[in-house]
Ligand binder design. Structure first.
Ligand SMILES: Nc1ncnc2c1ncn2[C@@H]1O[C@H](COP(=O)(O)OP(=O)(O)OP(=O)(O)O)[C@@H](O)[C@H]1O
Ligand SMILES: [Mg+2]
Length: 508
């Protein structure tokens, strides 16, 4: 028993782990009680995912001890940890898309008939019992690939619970969820906590942490900074524990009237049947226009069609005053347009290549102007953006897959920002990125605008939207519901437009 009177379910003492060139963890302690949700927070590269992988036996610590229910344990493989009651849902979901819900839940443990064949009926009935418990709206026989991310996560949790998890660890579970999906995840986690589960919750969203968690443990640069009771702390205090200094609020970084230059983009009646309809807007050089909306509002689909990745079914696009036909991303590239995808893992990053090699891919023109690769120029360019975005890496030759999730995103952002496109479309620029670097990215975007670039941001983060935009465009269910100059934007106005009113409100 410890001072808050709850049994320690999981206890970690003095864990250290080094990778070549990086001390990922140094003497880290952690503990979770029965019926408790513990937040684990820290900047990108602080060591959160590494710690989780060590707990589940996916990685081995160099030193330190792990106790589960008072017994010292050492897992060689995540399956052993699961059998002992410790399950993790990783940053990247690990479901098999073309198998059914039930097959995923019972992977490797499917019930069989006497003669060895899989008993699908029995398996589906077992799965249904779990799905009912969690009020799931899909059936055990559905293909996982056809379900929303929120539902896929629910399956991961079901999978863990059906293996008798006593401790459940979630690594950034909400980063791709809509607000309502996140809320139902929290309800489920509270329900599991009240049944006695110990939960470790990793997130960069401190509002979530304060809403959900009982205590908060902080890592900084692989070191354990401390643990506080949520009720006795506040966001500012946690941030200063995370970054080692006071950060203050997000700065407002709006542009000036005189920064505005010529028309960069003029879009009218832009439509892709079933995805978005009749979207029209203008974007000037020197301006940041942010598309705000809830997940699923059609913003990414619209951006993909603009850049020629998907086919629009109607509408006109003018780039720099000329009608443009964008039927392939190379058309957009020729016109100086770049799109940074929100799905950075699958699109555009070479994980088995080094930082430098990734920068080379997008900046060939710059670093090999005469056809010969200038290594010095490449190194300088890469270093500049690694510094500006605080990418935590032992060297520029590190392979990308060895960087933490957030640091991979910073590299992706950096290698496209370095190309200095004339029109930049950036989708969720700071998702999964820690609070300290968030401001740095905002400043970079503003600086690019000041230099005359036209910038279109897609963001589901309201505070970010308010901090960086000159105008805010709001979309809902595939429709543009309003465009507001930043001077007249309030949180309430934007939320009403994003969540649903029918009148079109446009003040340019
Ligand atoms: N396989 C590996 N080889 C080399 N270095 C690694 C490896 N895995 C992680 N690291 C390094 O260990 C450190 C901790 O990374 P980790 O993924 O645990 O961070 P994190 O706190 O989860 O960050 P994020 O918030 O970005 O997900 C980072 O500096 C990372 O580059
Ligand atoms: Mg991580």
């Amino acid at each position: 028993m410890n001072k808050n009177g709850k049994e320690r379910l999981l206890k970690v003492e003095n864990i250290s782990k080094a990778f070549p060139g990086v001390q990922a963890l140094q003497g880290v302690d952690l503990d979770v009680g029965v019926g408790e949700i513990l937040a684990l927070v820290g900047e990108n590269g602080a060591g959160k995912s590494t710690l989780i992988q060590i707990l589940t036996g996916a990685l081995q610590a160099d030193s330190g001890q792990i106790f589960l229910g008072g017994q010292e344990v050492r897992f060689d493989h995540p399956q052993e940890a699961e059998e002992a009651g410790l399950s993790a849902v990783y940053q990247e979901l690990s479901l098999v898309n073309n198998l059914s819900v039930a097959e995923n839940i019972f992977a490797g443990r499917q019930p069989t008939h006497n003669y060895g064949l899989m008993d699908v009926g029995e398996m589906n009935r077992n799965a249904q019992v779990w799905l009912d418990r969690f009020d799931a709206t899909f059936s055990p026989s559905e293909r996982v690939g056809s379900l929303s991310l929120g539902n896929q996560q629910l399956i991961e949790i079901t999978k863990a619970m059906s293996r008798n998890a006593k401790v459940l660890i979630l690594d950034e579970p909400t980063s791709s969820l809509s607000l309502s999906e996140a809320e139902s995840l929290f309800d489920l986690l509270r329900q599991l906590r009240d049944q006695g589960l110990g939960i470790v919750f990793v997130s960069h969203h401190l509002e979530e942490v304060f809403e959900l968690c009982d205590r908060i443990s902080v890592l900084r640069d692989g070191h354990y900074v401390g643990t506080v009771q949520t009720a006795e702390s506040d966001e500012r205090k946690i941030v200063s524990m995370m970054v080692g200094r006071d950060l203050g609020d997000l700065e407002n970084l709006h542009g000036q009237e005189e920064d505005l230059g010529s028309m960069a983009l003029k879009v009218g009646g832009f439509t892709r049947e079933g995805h978005f309809q009749d979207v029209g807007f203008e974007l000037r050089h020197g301006e940041i226009l942010t598309f705000f909306g809830l997940v699923g509002a059609g913003r990414t689909e619209m951006a993909r069609a603009l850049i020629g990745m998907d086919k629009a079914s109607g509408g006109t696009v003018e780039v720099n005053g000329k009608a443009a036909r964008l039927s392939h991303p190379s058309d957009a590239m020729r016109l100086g347009m770049a799109y940074l995808s929100e799905d950075r893992k699958r699109e555009g990053l070479y994980l088995t290549k080094s930082l430098k090699e990734n920068f080379l891919v997008t900046n060939l023109q710059k670093v090999a102007p005469s056809g010969w690769l200038q290594w010095d120029t490449l190194t300088k360019l890469t270093q500049t953006y690694v510094d500006r975005l605080n990418v935590r890496t032992p060297s520029l030759d590190q392979k990308l897959r060895n960087l933490s999730g957030g640091n991979q995103q910073k590299v992706m952002l950096g290698m496209w920002l370095a190309t200095e496109p004339d029109v930049l479309i950036v989708d969720e620029p700071t998702r999964g990125i820690d609070v300290g670097t968030k401001q740095e990215i905002h400043r970079l975007l503003r600086q690019l605008a000041k230099e005359g670039k036209a910038i279109m941001v897609i963001s589901s983060d309201l505070l970010e939207t308010l901090a960086i935009s000159d105008r805010v465009a709001v979309m809902r269910k595939g429709e543009l519901t309003g465009i507001l100059p930043i001077g007249s934007v309030t949180q309430e106005k934007v939320m009403v437009l994003a969540a649903g009113v029918n009148t079109k409100e446009t003040e340019q």
